[in-house]
Design a protein around this ligand. Structure first.
Ligand code: UFG
Length: 330
């Protein structure tokens, strides 16, 4: 049993991580300012409400509790918003994370699991994308994450921090219990938007571009289930606990699904016709993003369990149907 600090643990990915850690019998403290997360997504007694940039709070936490490992999920994660508000991204995703690392250094904690992203690669020059693919992010979001990876390298050199950086492709789905799930406001991700149409909350889904150089003209993404992401973090943490060194791993199912294919899956799962409207391309979208996750499969034995779009949409649908207003439903 280990003691974890989960920063941003009340967010979409963080809350699934907290559930996975608790199910495995670990001790968990959640630090979250609830600016984008939901207090209802984690057990109340585990939640410390506070700002990641609040150094006094971090020092107090690290003095009061002895953490074996820090998992860091607290970040802004919308590409379009990052182009409009770059400084908010560098402040939140980079500067505040630097403060967290400094507090860890002072507390003598040397294990860190970092939520990174496929956006660190930028426009793919080859597919599938492996971890040695060039990292040339094309927006402030990707740069803010890539920069922190470089900060982690420097911390390792300077004081022996060991980290695992997990580069997520398209996180989607919800916990199979239907108790926690995805609730962003405003929502911009394809899967929850499709399910909002099925719930009658939106008229239709806009397809952002139908003239891409892909099999059906729509963008291709590699969707990975949120619980499989959480499982990968557990394996990463066990790797560090066993004395393993710094690693970078992609997390995707290695399967490309187009927007039209995802719409068809959602129609099948929900039984709703989900009308679509062909629309203009969204700025900054690459045509295709598909991961090679061979490295984490072979090094840590990770294998996604919910490895089809249908599984992903089924679990998301269970959550959306029982929580039509997200956490405000409960
Ligand atoms: N899409 C639509 N209509 C919509 C919403 C999305 O056609 O209403 C399309 C997008 O153009 C894209 C696909 O559906 O082709 C998936 O879009 P999402 O917004 O769900 O996800 P992204 O691929 O844009 O973003 C994901 C992560 C980001 C990460 C990015 C890397 O959510 O955090 O991949 O490029 F930065």
């Amino acid at each position: 049993m280990a003691n974890y600090l989960v920063v941003g643990g009340a967010g979409y990915i963080g809350s699934h991580m907290v559930r996975t850690l608790l199910d495995a019998g670990h001790d968990v403290t959640v630090l979250d300012d609830i600016s984008r997360g939901h207090a209802a997504s984690v057990p109340a007694e585990l939640l410390v409400r506070g700002d990641l940039g609040d150094r006094a709070l971090l020092d107090e936490l690290f003095t009061q509790r002895r953490f074996d490992c820090v998992m860091h999920f607290a970040a802004f994660a919308q590409v379009g918003e990052s182009v409009q508000e770059p400084l908010a991204y560098y402040r939140n995703n980079t500067s505040r994370a630097v403060e967290l690392l400094d507090a860890m250094k002072h507390a003598g904690i040397d294990r860190f699991i970092f939520s990174s992203t496929a956006a660190t690669y930028g426009e793919p020059v080859r597919l599938p994308i492996d971890e040695d693919h060039p990292t040339v992010p094309t927006n402030p979001y990707g740069r803010s994450k890539r920069f922190l990876e470089q900060v982690l390298d420097d911390c390792e050199q300077a004081w022996g921090l060991r980290s695992v950086r997990l580069r997520y492709f398209n996180a989607a789905g919800a916990h199979p219990s239907g108790e926690i799930g995805e609730d962003h406001s405003p929502e911009s991700h394809l899967v929850p938007l499709l399910l909002q149409v099925a719930l009658g909350q939106r008229k239709d889904i806009a397809i952002f571009g139908t003239d891409w150089d892909t099999r059906d003209g729509t963008c291709i993404r590699d969707y990975v289930h949120i619980c499989d992401l959480a499982k990968a973090h557990m394996l990463a943490s066990e790797h560090l606990a066993a004395g393993g060194g710094t690693r970078t791993f992609n997390l995707g199912c290695e399967e490309g699904t187009s927007v039209r294919e995802m719409i068809d899956v959602a129609r099948k799962v929900t039984g709703h016709p989900i009308p679509s409207v062909d629309s203009a391309r969204r700025a900054g979208d690459p045509a295709r993003l598909v991961a090679s996750s061979a490295r984490i499969r072979s090094e840590l034995g990770w294998a996604p369990e919910f490895d089809t779009p249908e599984w992903i949409v089924r679990t998301a649908w269970r959550w959306h149907r029982s929580h039509p207003q997200g956490y405000a439903t409960s």
